[in-house]
Design a binder for this molecule. Structure first.
Ligand code: NI
Length: 169
C-alpha cells in the first residue's frame, strides 16, 4: 500500500474527465487499496481517483464513525435523483473550506465492485450527497464550482497562497 498525493484546488488536473474502468485486475485492486489508505490518512470520508491524478472512474468512501466500512464504487452512475438536500460540504482537494451545496436528496447508484460485479444501492442522506460529490470529481468538477464567482476566486487565492507557503517551507 502507498499513500498518494492529493491534488489541491485550483489544480487544473482536477478538471480531467475520468475514463471508465474496463479491466478489473491486480492494478485496480492496488489503486483502490492506495486510495483507501490515502483517504483514511487524510482523514476524509470520500476520495475519487481524479483527486490523486488517476483519471479512472473509481471512488472510495467510508461514512462510518468507526472508519471500518469501506465502500468502493467503480464506474458509478446515478438514476432516480429526487428531492433537494442542502449540506455543508468539504473536500480533501479544497482543504479547510466548507460551504453549503444543494444536491438531490435521494439517488439510485449503479456501480461495479473491484472485481467487476455490478450492484445497485438506493442512497439517501450522507451517502446520496457524497456519491454526487465524488461523481462530480470523475467529471472534472469540484464543489467550489457551485459557489459564486467571488467565493471561487477567494478560495483559489487562499489555497494558492497556502500551497506556495508549503512548497517554500
Ligand atoms: Ni471532493
Amino acid at each position: 500500500m502507498a499513500k498518494l498525493d492529493i491534488l489541491v484546488y485550483p489544480d487544473r488536473r482536477l478538471r480531467q474527465v475520468a475514463r471508465p474502468v474496463t479491466v478489473f485486475d491486480a492494478a485496480l485492486k492496488q489503486l483502490v487499496d492506495d486510495m483507501a489508505e490515502t483517504m483514511y490518512a487524510a482523514p476524509g470520508i470520500g476520495l475519487a481517483a481524479v483527486q490523486v491524478n488517476v483519471p479512472k472512474r473509481v471512488v472510495v468512501m467510508d461514512l462510518s464513525a468507526e472508519r471500518n466500512a469501506l465502500r468502493v464504487f467503480v464506474n458509478p452512475e446515478l438514476s432516480d435523483a429526487a428531492g433537494y438536500a442542502e449540506t455543508q460540504e468539504g473536500c480533501l482537494s479544497v482543504p479547510g473550506i466548507f460551504e453549503t451545496v444543494q444536491r438531490a436528496a435521494t439517488v439510485t447508484i449503479h456501480a461495479q465492485d473491484v472485481a467487476g460485479k455490478a450492484f445497485t444501492v438506493a442512497a439517501d442522506e450522507m451517502l446520496a450527497v457524497c456519491i454526487q460529490h465524488e461523481i462530480d470529481h470523475l467529471n472534472g468538477k469540484v464543489f467550489v464550482d457551485y459557489l459564486s464567482r467571488m467565493k471561487q476566486e477567494r478560495i483559489a487565492k487562499k489555497l494558492r497562497k497556502e500551497q506556495a507557503a508549503l512548497s517554500a517551507a
